[in-house]
Every structure is written in C-alpha cells, then in structure tokens.
Design a protein around this ligand. Structure first.
Ligand code: FAD
Length: 325
C-alpha cells in the first residue's frame, strides 16, 4: 500500500456515514487477540454504503480485505498493509419459505432465529462464533450439519456489481466454497432453506451442544477453534490410512487432531502460544502471544506430521498480512 492510495480512499469515504478508524489495531478485532494495525478499518451496516466503500477501495487501488467477526484469523504482528472493510448489515427475515440473512448477522443470532421459527439444521451450529457471511464463505458446520446443506442463494458483490448465485454456483465442499477461491467476491446476503423441526426439541439439542462447546472452548479463550481442517479418509495416502484406527473415522473424516496427537502436539508451547493439553488441534493465546510464535507452532506441527505420515495438514484458519505456508 502506498500512502497516496490510502489517502485517496479515505478522502472518498470519510465524508460518508461509514465509521472510519485509522491505524486500526487488528488484535482488537480478532478472537486470538493478535495482530498489528491496518492502515484503516471502515465499517457500515448499510448495503449501499458498503458497496460505495468497495467501489472506493477499487478505484483508489488500495489493497483491501473484508472481515467479519475475526474468529478464524491469524493477523501478522506487522498488521495488514491496506484497508479492512466490515459489512455489519444484520437483518434476518423470513420470506416465502426462505430465511434471508445479511452477512453481518452473528451466526448465533441466525441460529436463535431459526430455532424460534421451528426450523432445523442450524441448531447444531450453536456457539460457532462469527458472522453469517463468513460462515457461508467457509461452509462452517458442526455436529453433523454445515451451511452448504441449506444455502439456496447468495447475493454478493462480484467486483463490478451485485450478482447472485445458487447452491451449485457456490461450489461448496468441506470448509470450502467458491468465495474462498475468489477473494474479490464479497457476500452480502444468503437465503437458507431449512426443514421444519420441533421447536422445543431443537432448543434442547442446542442447549446440550452449547454446554459441550463451552467446556471445550471457554468463551474467553483466545483462539480460532480448530486450526487445521480434518482429512477425508478416502484422500489419505495408503500408508497413513493404514495406521488410522477405524473408530477414529467419523462421517468419512479423520480428525487432524488424531495425527497431531501422534506427533506429541498436546501441551506444546512457544512463548505464550499454547496447544491445549486436551485437544491437539486447538491452539490458543495464553497471554501476550505473537503471530510469529503461533506461526512457528503451526509450521512445526505441519513439519512433524509430514515427517511421520507423509501428509500435509491444511489450515482452516485464514492468514492476514502473511502468506500461507
Ligand atoms: C471457539 C471457536 C470455535 C469454532 N468452532 C467452529 C466450528 O465448530 N465449525 C466451524 O466451521 N468453524 C468454527 N470456528 C471457526 C469460525 O468461527 C468460523 O470460521 C466462522 O465462520 C468465522 O466467522 P467470522 O465472521 O469470525 O470470520 P472472520 O474470521 O472475520 O473471517 C474469516 C474469513 O472469511 C472472509 N469473509 C468474512 N466475511 C466475508 C464476506 N461477507 N464475504 C466474503 N468473505 C468474507 C474473510 O476475508 C476471512 O478470510 C470456531 C472458531 C472459534 C474461535
């Protein structure tokens, strides 16, 4: 980013209604509590204004990135040399059998709305933190359901104008969608189709999941949930597949935690970055952790798994201001 690109962008947006913060400390916007500043962070809850921000960023040439709740991010200690945009539109409405949700709605608000409406599926995503747009982007899911089952339509900005695509268009796969490949496509709203369910039973199951998740991921824990994606058993190289005990395979997937346990990940520490002693795929900031130490731990774990199993783990977490390894 050069200074004039940033100033051109800020001159175009500072007179508008969006909230602008220069030199925004990104540690405050990520659940890890790690990361240096961005040139600016600009946010709005109004779609037309958000589109204006995207257009201003494009015209000025300033590098930019759209973030949500910051719960799946590792931001470099040096920060991000560009502008962070956040769309906070959070309307959730029921229209002709579809649940329409703006990208900035907390996923939990969407989950709660669906339970109150008596429709099923999202209830198992209770306590997945973050916003609904990012949940579509990463095809988030837990306890047997993920977003791809329910998305019927996504409205997004395609770099020029507002476009829309159906479920096939989104090319969903495990923790993947077309939006992960096309970083210039920004999700504005999604329409979800959900089957009928029994409200009381959905609420009961959601409460049970909430209790399990709160003990695994205490709400104050500074982390990103799972660092690595799980692996599809069918894609494992034969020698690695041969070592995996049958009971470990669930829904065709092998938890990456299993491979990590075999290379002594649990309890590993560097600086204030800690691998949980009860879950090898959970890394948290236990004080004043840095992105450099976090990255060191991730790279070391990947190295060990390659060495032991000939297998490359892939991060679920997204990097900001630093390349993927
Ligand atoms: C304690 C804990 C538990 C978790 N458990 C789970 C789990 O069970 N299952 C699961 O799937 N995930 C889980 N996660 C990961 C995380 O919650 C999800 O990935 C979530 O969907 C991220 O949402 P966010 O708004 O915080 O996204 P952010 O972290 O802000 O962004 C993530 C990515 O999405 C992109 N993005 C954000 N908004 C948009 C948009 N509108 N358009 C296009 N791209 C966008 C960003 O550029 C970034 O690359 C967990 C995280 C934590 C901290």
């Amino acid at each position: 980013m050069n200074a004039s690109e940033l100033e051109t962008f800020l001159a175009a947006v500072e007179s508008g209604p969006a909230v602008v913060q220069r030199d925004a400390p990104l540690a405050q916007y990520t659940r890890f509590g790690i990361g240096g500043p961005a040139g600016a962070l600009v946010e709005t809850g109004v779609e037309e204004e958000f589109l204006r921000l995207l257009e201003a960023a494009r015209r000025s040439g300033v590098p930019f990135l759209v973030l949500g709740g910051g719960t799946n991010l590792i931001v470099a200690d040096e920060g991000y040399p560009g502008v962070i945009l956040r769309y906070r539109g959070s309307r959730i409405r029921w229209d002709q059998g579809l649940l329409w949700v703006q990208a900035g709605a907390e996923l939990q608000a969407t989950v709660d709305f669906s339970i109150a409406r008596g429709v099923a599926g999202l209830h198992t995503m209770t306590r997945i933190p973050g916003w609904t747009g990012a949940a579509v982007y990463g095809n988030a899911g837990a306890y047997g359901h993920s977003m791809h089952e329910f998305v019927r339509r996504v409205r997004f900005f395609d770099g020029q104008s507002v476009a829309s695509g159906d479920n096939t268009f989104c090319r969903f796969a495990y923790r993947e969608s077309v939006f992960k490949k096309r970083k210039d496509w920004i999700i504005l709203e999604a329409a979800l189709e959900l089957p009928e369910g029994d409200r009381a039973e959905l609420a009961r199951q959601a409460e049970e999941i909430r209790r399990i998740r709160d003990s695994k991921y205490p709400p104050e824990m500074r982390c990103a949930g799972s660092i690595f994606k799980n692996l599809l058993f069918k894609d494992l190289p034969a020698p690695a597949a041969g070592e995996v005990p049958e009971k470990v395979v669930r829904e065709g997937k092998v938890p990456s935690a299993w491979f990590l346990e075999q290379v002594d990940a649990k309890g590993m520490r560097r600086g204030d970055i800690q691998v949980a002693d009860y879950h090898a795929n959970l890394i948290y900031n236990d004080g004043a952790g840095t992105a450099a130490d976090l990255r060191w731990v991730i790279d070391e774990l990947k190295r060990r798994v390659v060495e032991r199993f000939g297998l490359r783990l892939e991060e679920e977490v997204q990097y900001v201001g630093m390349p993927c390894s």
